[in-house]
Design a protein around this ligand. Structure first.
Ligand code: C2E
Ligand code: CA
Ligand code: CA
Length: 650
């Protein structure tokens, strides 16, 4: 208890060393107020010395006050120079502690000096001493309000001496003055105490508010899942990079990272595993350090990076490092998952001229790398720039296209080489835009897919394809290409089913062609779509087989009816042993799985001959026929004696 009281009493007279914010605020306030205090002290001291210069000995009236005012001026100057200059917390603590100690010394020195003059003067000069002490100490207390300890020390030293001394003179006037000073001092200490509490509270509130707004700032700029900078921060950093690169004539890269295989993990194991995976990805990215590299999470499974002083080689190396980093399997609880990363880069100012472009071009490069397959890296190039421009024109054309008017279908026959019969036609879209002229499907289909416009094309195209197929014999099938988006939602699939039912055509005559990429994007949904079409009676062909990156186990669950071997394996098969082996094994595989197999893109008699020897039955390609108009498809069949087919197959 006593200890407690003593330490509280001690605390009143010492600097609060644990509160750095408070120390700083005191320091700032004192650096403004202490010079003023010293000026008052010095002027008053000189005045008192002046009235005693002929009365007191020289050492007391001149030398001692000269020494004291000298020390005072020095301190005043030191404080004056500290105004507005920020200081280190340690230095502040040191200065304030010194001020506290000096307060004892100076209060004592000036008081002792003033009282020492008392015996030498008359009543006037004695009153001057009393007035000097009382009024100067009030000024000092006011000016030192922000350092309570120093103010209290000064009050205590001066007033104890004042009251003790003047009461001991036994003169009523001085005794009355002592009582006055005692009262005023008590009131001042009370006010001081109050003021100091308010001041401390204000400083603490301010510190708290600053911390809160710093926290808010951090939260607003941080991705809560991974702790990486978020999208907002990424774009702010991008602007900063842009400004400094323009100023310093330097370059930097904008990169986008997209995780391959994240969605299946999320779908298979649920969001909580997905979130943990993203967290671990974030940790690995954060742990990767490189000069001038900033990483951020932009949303979903997309991450962004900014790299200063980037060159193509630097980016290639960086991309490889990031891929290696993310290829290591992740353990989430007892689950082990493997993913890979696709990356797209663009260098400013070589390829992009502002922030929006830099981001868009990096996004385009990422899109290109995704098209190349999982785990690819792509740097935005001049060729991409041309492609992108063409894509933009295509996009504009597509958005305002009158689909029924501008789009049509052509048909390319699929032949059974044993009988020479045309067993099917594949419908291929054609677009003649009023602005752009004829646009190849290889150009507009990917753009429409990317923009989510493909559904708008598929329905009218299928309607046209079905109408054309009505003119053929019933045993000639129709193959129709579907995009990922066409199978991507139940609503889209149901629309197609309705269309077939309304057309009156036998659904068993239709084969839908889908690619591996379409399947991989959402296996469960693809499975549902395939099953729905199969239930209706349609066949399902896996298009461009061999070019994708899916594992057979992933495709196993799909109720496929056909495989279409991609043209790249057929071209020059007679002289390319690798292609030969692949086609041979794909044919064996399809036979094993009980699936029919179509070889696409047969252009030469040699290719056809090799395929025939390998036991391939169904072929398609320019050698047989190029895609043809609906009328030509009817003529094609008629020329091959197939007009009466319906009669043969009632
Ligand atoms: P695909 O489904 O692989 O279609 C075969 C493509 O190869 C067609 O190109 C066809 O004209 C071409 N082709 C056929 N035989 C040969 C040959 O012997 N040599 C060469 N060099 N090419 C041959 P097309 O019509 O330009 O279509 C390109 C791609 O666009 C198609 O590839 C398909 O993926 C897509 N596509 C076309 N129409 C549609 C459609 O209506 N809907 C969707 N979703 N995609 C379509
Ligand atoms: Ca196809
Ligand atoms: Ca194909």
């Amino acid at each position: 208890m006593r200890d407690n009281l003593f330490s509280r009493f001690r605390a009143l007279f010492s600097v609060d060393r644990d509160n750095a914010k408070l120390l700083n605020a005191q320091y700032v306030a004192l650096s403004r107020q202490l010079p003023v205090m010293y000026v008052i002290l010095l002027v008053n001291t000189i005045a008192l010395a002046f009235t005693h210069v002929h009365l007191a000995p020289r050492w007391l009236a001149v030398y001692l006050p000269a020494l004291l005012t000298g020390v005072g001026s020095l301190r005043a100057m030191l404080w004056w120079r500290k105004r507005g200059v920020p200081a280190h917390p340690d230095a502040i603590l040191q200065t304030l502690t010194r001020t506290n100690r000096l307060a004892v010394f100076l209060a004592f020195g000036f008081t002792a000096w003033a009282l020492a003059l008392y015996p030498y003067g008359d009543a006037y000069s004695r009153s001057h001493i009393a007035f000097y002490m009382a009024i100067t100490v009030i000024a000092c207390i006011f000016c030192m309000m922000h350092l309570r300890s120093a103010a209290l020390i000064t009050t205590a030293v001066v007033n104890i001496a004042f009251i003790g001394f003047f009461v001991s003179t036994g003169t009523y006037v001085y005794m009355a003055m002592a009582v006055n000073v005692l009262l005023v001092s008590a009131a001042m200490i009370w006010v001081l105490q109050d003021h100091y509490k308010d001041f401390t509270r204000l400083v603490n509130i301010q510190a708290h508010t600053e911390k809160l707004s710093a926290d808010n700032e951090r939260l607003a700029n941080q991705d809560s899942l991974t702790g990486l900078p978020n999208r907002r921060q990424f774009f702010a950093l991008l602007d900063d990079h842009l400004a400094s690169a323009s100023e310093e004539q330097s370059r930097f890269a904008v990169g986008l990272i997209d995780l391959d295989g994240f969605k299946p993990v999320n779908d298979l194991y649920g969001h909580s595993v997905g979130d943990k995976l993203l967290f671990q990805v974030g940790q690995r990215l954060m742990g990767y350090e490189s000069d001038g590299l900033h990483m951020a999470r932009l949303g979903g499974d997309e991450f962004g990076l900014l790299k200063k002083d980037a060159s193509q080689d630097v980016l290639a190396a960086l991309g490889n490092d990031i891929q290696t980093l993310l290829q290591e399997p992740f353990s989430i609880g007892d689950i082990q998952v493997s993913i890979s990363a696709s990356l797209g880069f663009v260098i400013y100012p070589d390829m992009a001229s502002d922030a929006t472009q830099a981001y868009e071009f990096a996004d385009y490069a990422l899109y290109q790398s995704k098209r190349e397959g999982p785990g690819s890296i792509c740097q935005f190039s001049a060729a991409h720039y041309l492609d992108l421009n063409r894509d933009i024109r295509t996009e504009q054309g597509l958005r305002k296209a009158d689909v029924a008017q501008e789009f049509s279908v052509v048909y390319q026959p699929i032949l059974d080489i044993r009988s020479g019969n045309t067993v099917a036609f594949e419908a291929l879209a054609r677009w003649t835009s009023p602005q752009l002229g004829p646009v190849a499907p290889g150009q507009f289909i990917p753009v429409a897919e990317r923009l989510g416009l493909i559904n708008r094309l598929t329905v009218p195209l299928l309607r046209k394809a079905l109408a054309g197929a009505m003119a053929w014999p019933h045993d000639v099938r129709l193959a129709f290409n579907l995009s990922a988006h066409d199978c991507g939602s139940r609503e889209a699939v149901r629309t197609l089913v309705r269309l077939i039912e309304e057309s009156g055509i036998d659904p068993a005559r239709i084969d839908f062609e889908i690619t591996e990429t379409a399947v991989i994007q959402d296996i469960e949904q693809a499975q549902w779509a395939v099953q729905t079409f199969r239930t209706l009676g349609c066949g399902i062909s896996l298009d461009d087989f061999g070019t994708g990156y899916s594992s057979l186990s992933q495709l196993h669950g799909l109720a496929l009816t056909k495989l279409k071997i991609d043209r790249s394996f057929i071209t020059n098969i007679q002289s390319n042993p690798a292609s030969y082996k692949i086609v041979k094994s794909l044919l064996a595989l399809s036979a094993d799985m009980g699936l029919e197999c179509v070889s696409e893109g047969v252009e030469t008699a040699q290719e056809l001959e090799v395929l025939r020897r390998l036991g391939c039955v169904l072929v398609q390609g320019y050698l047989i026929a190029k895609p043809m108009s609906p009328e030509d498809s009817v003529a094609w069949l008629r020329d091959r004696g197939r007009v009466n087919a319906q009669a043969r197959h009632p």
